[in-house]
Ligand binder design. Sequence first.
Ligand code: ADP
Length: 494
Amino acid sequence: MDRNAIEELRKVDVPPALHLIDGVRVAASDGGEMPVVSPIDGSVLTTMARGTAQDAAQAITAARQAFDDGRWSGMAPSARKVILLKWADLIDAHALELAVLGVRDNGTEISMALKAEPKSAAGTIRYYAEALDKIYGEIAPTARGTLGLVHKTPVGVVGAIVPWNFPLMIGAWKIGPALAAGCTVVLKPAETASLSFLRLAEVGLQAGLPKGVLNVVCGEGAIVGAAIAESPDVDVLVFTGSGATGRRLLQASARSNLKRVYLELGGKSPNIIFADAPDLDEAVAVSASGIFRNSGQVCIAGSRLLVERSIHDALVAKLKSMAEAMVVGDPLDPATQAGAVNSDQQLARNLAFIDEARAAGRDIVCGGTRILTDTGGYYMAPTIVAGVAQSDRIVQDEVFGPVVTVQAFDTEDEAIALANGTELGLAAGLWTSNLSRAHRMIARLRAGVVHVNTYGGSDMTVPLGGVGQSGNGHDKSLHAFDKFFDLKTAWIKL
Ligand code: ADP
């Protein structure tokens, strides 16, 4: 990683962030702005358009027009592919700039942001670009004298509302398959992480994305997000964020046009370590990364460690020494392992969980405090909380911070009861050398993804989606296309 280049980019002035509507950067219709605060040091980086419902409506109209006139959906798939591939290449060419801008905005450590943000977004757009002209309709096996055709048609205008932890990666998971399918998009980035996605969209225009095909409206969820969710002109809504917002989106759909709503609502993912794990040191090291990297601001973070009782105390001691050795701090330092918490609000929320656990007499094994306060930024020490009860809020609710709870178990049944004992079901981890046990556990764990003898790895070839209150629908893989195609049957008498 080029430290000098990062330091130069850190100093670049960030111009006021404007919406991207119909191919043009525009201010809010009422001129409203909001400050963009860097979690690195609490300084104001720039201002951002505080979008209005009118701005959202204007973007939706642009997307509707762009869809209906066929400038994108009517283009030959091979031509759409060329534009998307060029965009992916341009994102790669701008990777460091995009990563540093994003880190200044959201606080993720640069070592992770470089891999997980622009490169992943480029990879996602490339994946769907390569796939888009390999999708065929069907000829149904009907009786002679009739012809049944099943066309796959793009759904129309997609509303995408995304969170702040990985704005490019998660944004690309939504828009990649949507645009490849021929849909047009209005995306609302999170209040505290909009800058890099806006830049990514601008690079898309350079690649030849026709105007109006991808629109970005900044601002508050309750205003811009709500306007997208309520719009009768949005056909599909895709979302990653909190359960509370997910419920609002479903209600908005019910109140308006019954648009399809696909939700990824985070997790409270169990990471189960059996005494027969192939390598306990590796299990602890990977589990520590799986919860503490990006200060735990990862949907699939392994936030509940379940440990077989015979190794519980030794394992907690090892995890504690790793947590304490973790390099937390300046996210733009390539040596940093855990950057900033995204906002002062999120930090306060994390600490409130700890206060509650402490008040209930739980064992705060390490961390539990704000650190590096003199930087002005928002940092939290990696935190382990033991002696918790299954009903504790810190065990049931997603913290979205560098906080792991630890519980001991004796049997597989007990591990499953603890693991499945929350409303959420996004991911799970499992460490064992016993192949039969691994398969028994995979079958019983209530989760969209189960990691075995690793935690958190994946690539574009596999879907990601939750069960239970972690949501519905899948990002990544060819399955993600299902959200953006309608099936239209033509029944023809010959
Ligand atoms: P988080 O806890 O990750 O911030 P949120 O659900 O609040 O979760 O935010 C995720 C995204 O949802 C953000 O882009 C945010 O602006 C948006 N959002 C928040 N509230 C609403 C709402 N009432 N309607 C639509 N979008 C919203």
